[in-house]
Design a protein around this ligand. Structure first.
Ligand code: ADP
Ligand code: RBF
Ligand code: MG
Length: 164
């Protein structure tokens, strides 16, 4: 059994952690194999985040391109032991159904808390089940007023002037 909510009542240092970058192509495993697409932040952004964040699974808010809409997100930050990646990656699953892919657009992310460490799994089904729990935990965790407040923060709502 996993806890239904993550972190304290208000975000603590180092949160909020703001990340921004153009969405790049990954291995295409997120949506194809898992049914859970993850937009990749650029390598330099993942490297920069590594100075502040441990590897693990995080929750927060996300926005894409020139759209001012802000959605809950879960982020996997690390080495993806299940796939034995050699590079540390920052992959964001936005909890929203988009009409189309958004490669090449700007992704803005406000990380507000840590959910759990990255784990290795014996089956893909076990990984998917844990990700679905992460999604529920993120939604519930973000409902708290001190977390909800960041949904309208200047960082996440300020879209690029020209299409990124
Ligand atoms: P890749 O290996 O290229 O990251 P994925 O299978 O993980 O491929 O799919 C990620 C892509 O799917 C994103 O870059 C984005 O363009 C698109 N996408 C569509 N809906 C979402 C969503 N809700 N969250 C994240 N990415 C999404
Ligand atoms: N990969 C792992 O190997 N271990 C994990 O514990 C893990 N947790 C994840 C949690 C979330 C919320 C998301 C979106 C992804 C997670 N992944 C994990 C990464 C998954 O393997 C990744 O999306 C695929 O490698 C596709 O790029
Ligand atoms: Mg992906």
């Amino acid at each position: 059994m996993r806890a239904p909510i993550a972190g304290p009542e208000t975000p603590q240092t180092p949160y909020p952690v703001h990340l921004r970058g153009v969405v790049s192509k990954g291995f295409g495993r997120g949506s194809k194999e898992l049914g859970i697409p993850t937009a990749n932040l650029p390598d330099e952004v993942a490297e920069h985040a590594g100075k502040t964040l441990e590897t693990g699974i995080y929750f927060g808010w996300a926005g894409v391109g020139r759209d001012q809409a802000v959605y809950p997100m879960v982020m996997s930050f690390g080495w993806n032991p299940f796939y034995k990646n050699e590079k540390r990656s920052a992959e964001v699953h936005i909890i929203h159904t988009f009409p189309a892919d958004f490669y090449g657009e700007e992704l803005r992310v406000t990380v507000l808390g840590y959910i759990r460490p990255e784990l290795n799994y014996t089956t893909l089904e076990a990984l998917i089940e844990d990700i679905n729990t992460d999604i529920r935990v993120a939604i519930k965790s973000l409902e708290r007023p001190a977390y909800a407040a960041y949904k309208t923060h200047a960082f996440i709502t300020s879209t690029p002037a020209t299409s990124a």
